[in-house]
Design a binder for this molecule. Structure first.
Ligand code: FAD
Ligand code: MG
Ligand code: MG
Ligand code: MG
Ligand code: MG
Length: 548
């Protein structure tokens, strides 16, 4: 009633005032965007909002710079420094964008509308409203995956949002204040000061490193009586921490943590958690043990949020884990709905499914065979449409396409038939990879989609270009293509590791400085950039704040 009503009213007013303009100009298409995270913000920044009637719905009226969340848990950076009000972001765009602080509770793809509910406390009247759309951009992100482990929801902290980071910061201080109370036995002190991190991915590792620095650099000076009783344990179910990174980085991290006294327990699965203890199973021996804890941060990966689960059910994707889109980011089986970022995953088309069509298109004289020239000509288009082919060529170090062209014995041939063509290319499908759930991917997808939307007339006729390969080379839109700029893993003690494109690995103090400069430059506004840099400076000079 609040949101929907307001829109309807202002539209009918403008119709009454300018009926002629309304007659001449077709109604602007309605775009509804769900979310204000990495994907949505990047989309909104790139979109020419004068072309559409744009509305944004999110329960958070700000964008949060998630890579600095681990720093917020220890007060290295203040929470306010990493958030930017979404109203600041949208007022800078060309054209009006409306924002409603509410959560989407249902996507009704059949009627092209979304049902939303405002969760602000003490709202007078109903907070529920529905919005119609012509195009829907879903960028609601994901939620923490507990793998249904008993007690996790009730007794663990997550590290997904600004509020989570703030709660962790308070709890860390609480643990220390509890431990120094005169009524505490030594055993109770040790339990209160046992900090457990579950999950050895980038977030868990960075948090453990940050907490270690916080305790060593700031807290033990303030709580000297308990300084030998603090312990940090990092639990990882796989064999190594940071296993998505290069081996050199993961073993450097393990060694550094061991030197620092952070206990790394790999090959361990958490069975349950209660307010006192965490129970886990050592995979290799099968033994089960329970350890008392003061605080647990659970960061073992993500899963689909309920509203997207329901939507997947409605559009026939119930069997999938993640919402699938095509390579143009349009939701499979659903007209006019696009999805970007952590809530979705691209369903890359396999080249073997189209191989006959490709062959026919390439064989211009219908001879039933291809020459090397015909083959080379079609390769450029193939690489755009099926990026796995490029990964395959790179992986096998194939610089000259003739290598693919030769027969299995390695002899050169004049022409190739369909069987030979299949043999040459279908192996490439083994290189199809799904993109990681990172800010980098979400932001690039948002920017790509905005660019497509800005060419409004194309969108209406061919939302995603020719579905099948035509060989003509004239795609309306190139499919989305991810460009990886590398990834950092801050490891504490002013050291970081980085994996940069081209198998480049760099570790150490200089990498930490690279990290500082990259994250300062990636800030969404000059305001947050100033705040973050001054927080870092303050920390260098005065240390971190330890008040509750
Ligand atoms: P999000 O950014 O999560 O945004 C989702 C948005 O949707 C939010 O605004 C949310 O409020 C809103 N929303 C949720 N439910 C609804 C609903 N029902 N209706 C409407 N709106 C809704 N990536 C990197 O590349 N580098 C890093 O260093 C890095 N570090 C990270 C550190 C931490 C601690 C975390 C948690 C993540 C990190 N990531 C990093 C990952 C990165 O944050 C995510 O991949 C990225 O946020 C995904 O963008 P998104 O737009 O899909 O989702
Ligand atoms: Mg988003
Ligand atoms: Mg975000
Ligand atoms: Mg994704
Ligand atoms: Mg031919």
């Amino acid at each position: 009633k609040c949101g929907g009503g307001v829109v309807a009213l202002s539209e009918s007013q403008s119709e009454a005032q300018h009926p002629k303009i309304e007659d001449r100009e077709p109604r602007k298409k309605k775009v509804v965007v769900l979310g204000t995270g990495w994907g949505a913000t990047s989309f909104l920044k790139g979109l020419d909002a004068s072309l559409y009637d744009v509305q944004v719905v999110s329960p958070r009226n700000y964008f949060a710079f998630t890579p600095l969340l681990p720093s917020v848990t220890c007060g290295t950076v203040e929470a306010r420094s990493i958030v930017e009000p979404v109203r600041n972001i949208i007022k800078k765009t060309n054209g009006e964008i409306k924002f409603w602080e509410a959560e989407c509770i249902k996507i009704d793809a059949a009627d092209k509308k979304v049902l939303c509910r405002c969760n602000i406390e003490n709202l007078v009247g109903s907070g529920e409203f529905s919005l119609d759309y012509d195009f829907l951009v879903v960028a609601v992100g994901a939620q923490v995956n507990t793998f249904n482990t008993p007690g996790v929801k009730e007794n663990c902290h997550f590290l997904k949002d600004v509020e989570d980071a703030q709660k962790i910061r308070l709890s860390v201080i609480d643990c220390l204040e509890k431990a120094v109370l005169p009524s505490q036995s030594e055993e109770e002190q040790r339990s209160n000061l046992h900090f457990v991190v579950v999950g050895g991915g980038p977030t868990g590792v960075e948090f453990a490193a940050e907490l270690h620095d916080y305790i060593q650099e700031d807290l033990i000076k303030l709580y000297p009586s308990v300084k030998d009783k603090v312990k940090i344990t990092l639990i990882q179910s796989g064999d190594h921490i940071l296993n998505m990174f290069d081996e050199r980085i993961s073993s450097f991290a393990e060694q550094k943590f061991t030197r620092d006294g952070i206990e790394v327990q790999t090959g361990c699965r958490v069975l349950s958690v209660n307010d006192q203890e965490i129970t886990m199973k050592v995979k290799s021996t099968g033994s089960v043990c329970s350890v008392p804890h003061g605080l647990i941060v659970w960061s073992t990966g993500i899963c689909t949020v309920p509203v997207i689960r329901d939507f997947m059910q409605e559009i026939g994707q119930a069997k999938r884990h993640v919402l699938a889109t095509n390579e143009w980011l349009r939701v499979e089986g659903c007209e006019n709905v696009y999805a970007i970022g952590d809530c979705s995953s691209i369903n890359q088309r396999k080249i073997k499914d189209d191989i006959i069509d490709i062959f026919k298109a390439a064989d211009k004289n219908n001879s039933g065979t291809l020459t090397i020239e015909e083959f080379q000509e079609v390769m450029d288009d193939i690489i755009v449409r099926y990026p796995q082919v490029e990964y395959y060529l790179k992986k096998k170090n194939i610089l000259d396409l003739r290598v693919l062209w030769n027969d299995p014995q390695g002899n050169e041939r004049e022409e190739i038939d369909i069987e030979g063509f299949k043999l040459a290319l279908s192996l490439a499908d083994s290189q199809v990879k799904s993109l990681p759930a990172t800010a980098q991917v979400a932001a690039q997808q948002g920017a790509y989609l905005a660019n497509c939307f800005n060419r409004i007339d194309h969108i209406e006729e061919h939302p995603e270009g020719p579905r099948r390969f035509t060989g003509s080379g004239h795609h309306n839109f190139r499919p989305f293509r991810y460009k990886h700029f590398g990834q950092f893993a801050p490891l504490g003690g002013e050291q970081a590791a980085a994996e940069l494109p081209g198998d480049w690995v760099s570790i150490g103090h200089s990498t930490q400085w690279l990290w500082y400069s990259v994250y300062a430059s990636k800030q969404v506004s000059w305001r947050t950039r100033y705040l973050v840099v001054s927080d870092w400076t303050r920390r260098f000079i005065f240390g971190r704040d330890s008040s509750r």
